[in-house]
Design a protein around this ligand. Structure first.
Ligand SMILES: Cc1ncc(COP(=O)(O)O)c(C=O)c1O
Length: 393
């Protein structure tokens, strides 16, 4: 195996990086893929020695994600573990700005930290530049961090990353961007001025709905050291096997995103014309509030969309229960099309419409996906009683 590297490989094109980054050095009869190193401890004499610090398979995955996002990557055992590593760095009692819509787990955790007095949470409409600036500036008490998702989960709102980074830097705040929905193939926040990128690599990066993984990437070496320190002390380390699988998924990231995105555009346009649909939230549609910003900062609108059924919660639930090819399930970014009514989760933000369905468009044939969604939208009948999920994701 290669010696541990602290930087990141750089490639001219990201689709090439996805395929080539993080491979072992060329040696006669050496493997072309990184071996799965099932060893929590390493021989003494090197700089690391123990898997919470470093493991060769994790390192290969980190090289690949780092090359894609343009910084140094540290992987974690889930997206939430990665997010919490950063939350642990928030200075005691200082203001933190976040979107009024965020992934539920992140929103719940930030609220917990606020209620505990660990931070002063300032929630803001991230589509409103003036409000974002005011929240970061804070009337003489500027934020220490801003944490945004763009597009937001599940409302698909767009935040102007470059403008937010400029304001954050002016006030001495760090800007973190959850890039899970777009993946680096479509959006690279570090290039736009953000200090940090976070991923639930469980989703599009790994791409096959078969593991949990998180990643943090930064070009700020001091911050990178602190992040590694959080992993060492908090201990949320992914397994070598999952790291191998995630890297295997990344090899096809560019073509998966291309296909899923063109399917998503097709489905969004069909939904927008459907009589049983009240609204479609997808940055690839001209009517989207911040389609122009999305176009400027991203290389495409991505594979995620949301739509509102023309009806109430029960009508939306019936659509979800009526799909046959599409899977009614949570999560996103896998090769298969998944959809769910987000408000089925008891802790989902109550401002999210009850009739909103989030769709993670997969790489199946677009006509097949649409035929299934169309029949589900036209379905009639009673909804089946389902056990309400216990937790609030
Ligand atoms: C946008 C976003 N961020 C973070 C997370 C949390 O990631 P994980 O489930 O890998 O802990 C999720 C999970 O759904 C997500 O959708």
């Amino acid at each position: 195996m290669s010696a541990p590297k602290n930087g990141h490989e750089s490639f001219k094109n990201l689709d090439t990086a996805a395929v080539q980054a993080g491979r072992p050095p060329v040696t006669p009869d050496g493997p072309i893929n990184p071996p799965i190193v099932l060893s929590s401890t390493m021989h003494a004499g090197g700089p690391y020695g123990y898997m919470r610090d470093w493991n060769a398979t994790l390192d290969s995955l980190e090289q690949a994600i780092g090359a894609l996002e343009g910084g140094r990557c540290t992987v974690f055992s889930s997206g939430m573990a990665a997010a919490n590593a950063i939350f642990d760095l928030f200075p005691q009692g200082k203001p933190v700005v976040a979107s009024q819509y965020s992934y539920t787990g992140v929103a719940m955790r930030l609220k917990e930290l606020h209620d505990l007095g660990r931070i002063e949470l300032r929630l803001v409409d991230v589509t409103d530049d003036v409000a974002v600036k005011a929240a970061i500036a804070g009337d003489g008490n500027p934020a220490s961090w801003a944490w945004i998702e763009t597009p937001t989960n599940p409302m698909m709102e767009i935040c102007d990353i470059e403008a937010t980074a400029t304001v954050a830097r002016h006030y001495g705040a760090y800007l973190a961007v959850d890039n899970t929905f777009m993946t680096p193939i479509r959006q690279r926040p570090l290039e736009l001025g953000a200090h940090l990128v976070m991923h639930s690599a469980t989703k599009g990066l790994a791409g096959h709905s078969d593991l949990l993984m998180g990643a943090l990437v930064t070009a700020d070496q001091e911050l990178a050291q602190k992040i590694v320190g959080r992993r060492v002390l908090l201990g949320a380390v992914p397994s070598a096997f999952d790291s191998y699988l995630a890297l295997r998924g990344i090899r096809t990231l560019a073509i998966r995103v291309d296909r899923a995105e063109s399917n998503a555009q097709f489905i969004a346009e069909k939904l927008a014309e459907h009589s049983k649909v009240r609204a479609v939230h997808y940055p690839g549609l001209g009517g989207h509030k911040n389609a122009d910003i999305a176009k400027r900062q991203s290389d495409g609108p991505g594979f995620m969309l949301a739509f509102e059924v023309d009806g109430d919660a029960e009508a939306a639930e019936l659509v979800c229960q009526s799909v046959e090819l599409i899977t009614y399930a949570t999560s996103l970014g896998g090769v298969e099309t998944l959809m769910e009514r987000r408000r089925r989760w008891p802790k989902e933000n109550s401002a999210v419409p009850e009739n909103l369905i989030r769709v993670s468009v997969g790489i199946e044939n677009a006509n097949d996906i649409w035929a299934d969604l169309d029949q589900a939208l036209n379905a009639t009948g009673e909804i089946a009683n389902q056990t309400q999920p216990k937790m609030g994701y």
